[in-house]
Design a protein around this ligand. Structure first.
Ligand code: AMP
Ligand code: GLY
Length: 435
């Protein structure tokens, strides 16, 4: 059986690895893939299909998928989903995992997501949406008058902005400058012309991913995974700029059973009801970005895909066949799927290149002392890396993630950091406090 994965990050490498674990006879293609997927057994990169967003790029991918008799396609990044890759593939009778273009608005438009949450009673922060710069400024001034000093306001660009569209403004000045940047200067293009202004919520962030099978006219099913936690800030102690994720752990140790119950009733179930009532075609993965405060959960955002680096922290714990999960969510039978998880915990810190998250060094050789690495039992998932002549070189900011499964969080952390110490490249850096 031939499977196609779309994307080029650590998430896609982790998926490819997991699919190959489930069934050795599977051939996995990754479009375009990276230096990690290039070296996985029975895995092949499709560098010619690097554009997975434009209509021409997606047509080329579809032609490839038909030619190679791909039986299942799994989409990693949101941009391809928001551009309608699922609609295009399904129109040609191809099996593809992900929401269609209309359902992908749950991530691609914050204002759509917020009105969906309000309509279906999904618990989230209070917010208002603005297309008029002057009105947004007036609301901001009013917000900081209404609330005591020290309150923050969260300014969110409506559209996709590759992680650059959210500013947690600590005072009116910061909020006004973010609004100027998004709305007046158009620094994010169309994505920032409309903004959502949201009340600041205190708490700790938790990510819960889930498999969804919701098609118009049928009752939907949603199957949540165990929890995970990303670490988005660049430096130890959650300092410094936001990044694509400096590492993840799974499960999130403070996500209690009572918080999970609250998540189910206040967020998960109303989301599924909303999908059914809106008639959304959502057969894929969904990511709930939660803020949890004293076991009470609020939804910060939906992502319409698996998380990165959360996926890297979850795959070692998955005690099920992910290919089978994908075919069940497409063809029915998700309800009875045994979503089983291994005992223990995973720590998955990322190693980044000098300069990240700004401009980075590239082209440095990555070396791994394999005996030392093997003792930890960790896995390595590459992202910004290329392979050539049997060697790997850095080719991006987040170069790789190691994922270590341990008996408990402490054991996982020890293994993960031991594994990282056996890897080196010029300018390599990582956070020391993941987990
Ligand atoms: P989002 O893309 O909506 O998840 O926002 C990016 C990040 O901004 C989140 O991971 C949070 O750290 C922060 N954030 C977003 N919304 C809020 C909120 N209402 N209160 C506090 N922090 C928030
Ligand atoms: N880890 C956050 C994301 O995947 O968007």
């Amino acid at each position: 059986m031939n499977i196609l994965i779309i994307g080029s990050g650590g998430r896609e490498h982790a998926l490819a690895w997991k699919i190959r674990q489930s069934s050795a006879s599977v051939k996995v293609y990754v479009a375009p893939g990276n230096g990690g997927t290039a070296e996985e057994p029975n895995c092949e990169n499709i560098p010619a299909c690097a554009d997975t967003v434009s209509a021409d790029g997606q047509e080329a991918l579809l032609a490839f998928a038909r030619r190679e008799e791909i039986r299942l396609t799994i989409v990693g990044p949101e941009a391809s989903l928001a551009a309608g890759i699922v609609d295009r593939f399904r129109a040609s009778g191809m099996a593809i995992v992900g929401p269609d273009k209309a359902a992908a608005r749950l991530e691609a438009s914050k204002s759509f997501a917020k009105s969906f949450m309000e309509k279906y009673g999904v618990r989230s922060a209070q917010s208002r949406t603005f297309s008029d710069y002057g009105e947004a400024l007036r609301y901001t001034a009013e917000y900081f008058r209404r609330y005591p000093a020290g309150t923050s306001l969260v300014v969110k660009a409506d559209g996709l902005a590759a992680g650059k569209g959210v500013v947690v403004a600590k005072g009116a000045d910061e909020a006004v400058s973010a609004l100027g940047f998004f709305m007046r200067d158009g620094s994010l293009g169309e994505s920032g012309k409309r903004v959502v202004l949201e009340d600041f919520l205190p708490g700790r962030e938790v990510s819960v991913l889930a498999a969804v099978s919701a098609a118009p006219g049928k009752p939907g099913i949603i199957a949540p995974f165990i929890s995970a936690r990303d670490h988005k800030r660049r430096f130890d102690g959650d300092q410094g700029p936001n990044t694509g994720g400096m590492g993840a752990i799974a499960p999130a140790p403070d996500f209690s059973e009572s918080a999970r119950q609250d998540f189910k009733t206040a967020i998960l179930e109303p989301t599924l009801r909303g999908m059914e009532q809106e008639g959304l075609d959502y057969r894929g993965f969904i990511f709930f970005g939660l803020m949890v405060n004293h076991d009470r959960c609020y939804l910060l955002e939906y992502n319409v895909r698996l998380g990165d680096p959360e996926t890297q922290s979850l795959v070692p714990l998955m005690d099920f066949d992910i290919t089978e999960l994908c075919s069940r969510l497409l063809n029915g039978g998700l309800k009875d799927f045994p979503l089983a998880w291994k005992r223990g915990a995973v720590c998955a810190p990322a190693a980044v290149a000098a300069g990240y998250p700004g401009n980075c060094r590239r082209g440095d050789e990555i070396t791994i002392r394999s005996q030392e690495f093997a003792q930890t039992g960790a896995l390595i998932f590459f992202a910004g890396a290329e392979s050539a002549g049997g060697k790997r070189y850095t080719a991006g900011g987040r170069v790789l993630t190691v994922s270590a499964l341990g008996a408990d969080p402490r054991d996982a952390k020890e293994r993960a950091y031991k594994a990282l110490r056996s890897i080196s490249f010029e300018g390599m850096d990582y956070r020391k406090d993941i987990g």
